[in-house]
Ligand binder design. Structure first.
Ligand code: FAD
Length: 408
């Protein structure tokens, strides 16, 4: 009987194993994950899940693995991969032989350069265990220093303020979310954080970060010293490629795959945060996405292609972030845009449409309370997928329904 092995029991790996069964695969399936838990959702870890005391939000109930005849090995790391022999070495000394393999190893939080490795006062956030540790510092009277004005840092800052902790954010660039969102949206977010009492400093460079006398101590280049009960390092993530690299697979900003999610080795696929892939919608440009929906979609697509479907990646990238009562949604890839058109919606919400030099809509980013931008972002996504060149005047006119542009 064929044996399919999935390394990485995160969002992507979990979606892949269930998709294999849904698509009729009847062979053996083994899902191997380093963490002690069954696959769980990471997005709540910086939002409501960080504020509450709940268990992880599992992708599927334990019984679903049993019912699907999925062998789930938690607390187990794949420590070696022999692509020629089609075997995976495990941290308990065991070995798995596979017919097809999926690498869904995800990403890890980037560490601050030259900071102490295992400090109780200097932490990052990637796992449920990280969130449990961080939670203890988010109380009235405690001070949290967030290093980096990226999505995770900003979401944790919002949650911390809601829990009554003092928060300072230190960002090296001149504004938050510099690589992720246009200036208008970044300004809107920064203003809200300041209004909520966050001490947000941009364009500040850090000389050193250390733990001293039970505090996290951040020394700035301007000689100012910031002390906090905990420093959260939120300076991005790096793809987990060590296993693939040691096995000789091609690496290019992640495990390099083709548009069918095939790596450079036969019978090995990769998907989710750990891989980079060519995106036909953007001229075949190689991208790596760190996004929940991408991990889900690629998990399902990898499963289909492991079964021989031969389907290309075609989804439009999509990402969301929740901070306070605001939800930000981004569809498409905005770099390469030369025109940014604003459409105002109800309740102070707005959307920016990003067009390339030929007037093609390549991305849309919107922010507002709750679900205020969801429907229009969804329609924008359909326009992006259709490679539409919408009338700029219609995009900005709030009274023109985006649906009509789709019909056009
Ligand atoms: C705090 C936080 C908040 C987020 N919020 C959002 C959000 O609001 N919106 C959004 O779109 N995205 C968000 N994301 C991103 C989203 O969660 C990720 O894109 C998604 O989890 C990626 O799934 P993945 O399965 O590819 O990787 P991961 O979730 O990283 O899972 C990979 C798993 O593989 C395991 N692993 C790695 N190497 C091995 C090995 N050799 N052997 C065995 N196991 C191994 C890892 O331990 C991990 O459990 C957030 C992420 C974090 C951390």
């Amino acid at each position: 009987m064929a044996h399919f092995v999935i390394i990485g029991a995160g969002e992507c790996g979990a979606r892949a194993v269930f998709a294999l069964r849904q698509k009729g695969f009847d062979g053996d399936i083994t899902l191997v994950g380093s963490e002690p838990h069954a696959p769980y959702e990471r997005p709540p870890l910086s939002k409501a899940g960080l504020a509450g005391k709940a268990d992880p939000k599992f992708v599927a109930a334990e019984e679903a693995y049993e019912a699907g005849r999925i062998r789930l090995l938690t607390g187990m790391t794949a420590s070696g991969l022999d692509a020629a022999a089609h075997t995976v070495a495990l941290s308990d000394g065991g070995e798995l032989a596979y017919d097809r393999l999926l690498l869904a190893t995800g990403a890890s939080a980037r560490a601050f350069p030259n900071a102490p490795g295992a400090s109780s006062r200097i932490r990052s956030l990637r796992t449920y265990q990280d969130a449990v540790t961080l939670r203890a510092a988010l109380q009235p009277g405690k001070r949290l220093a967030v290093i980096g004005g990226g999505f995770i840092g900003l979401e944790v800052a919002a949650t911390a303020r809601q829990l009554g902790a003092d928060v300072i954010i230190v960002e090296g660039l001149e504004r938050v979310l510099k690589r992720a969102v246009p200036e208008d949206i970044a300004r809107h977010i920064a203003e809200r954080h300041r209004a909520e009492g966050v001490d947000l400093r941009c364009g500040v460079s850090i000389e050193s970060l250390a733990e001293q006398d039970g505090k996290a101590v951040i020394r700035l280049s301007c000689d100012e010293v910031i002390e906090a009960d905990l420093a959260l390092v939120g300076i991005g993530a790096r793809p987990n490629t060590a296993l693939a690299e040691a096995a000789g697979l091609v690496i290019d900003n992640g495990i390099a795959v083709d548009d069918r999610l095939r790596t450079s080795a036969p019978d090995i696929f990769a998907a989710g945060d750990c891989c980079s892939f060519p995106l036909a919608l953007y001229g075949g440009r190689r991208v790596r996405l760190e996004s929940w929906r991408n991990a889900q979609e690629q998990g399902a697509l990898a499963a289909a292609n492991m079964l021989g479907a031969d389907e290309p990646v075609s989804a439009v990238p999509w990402f969301w972030s929740d901070q306070y009562d605001m939800t930000l949604q981004i569809s498409g890839l905005a770099d390469g845009a030369v025109t940014h058109l604003r459409r105002d919606l109800a309740e102070g919400a707005f959307i920016l449409f990003h067009l390339d030099a030929q007037g093609r809509l390549i991305a849309a980013s919107g922010i507002g309370p709750g679900n205020a931008v969801a429907r229009d972002i969804r329609l924008a996504e359909m326009l992006i997928a259709a490679r539409a060149h919408p009338d700029p005047a219609a995009l900005t006119a709030s009274n023109v329904k985006l649906k009509t542009l789709l019909a056009a």
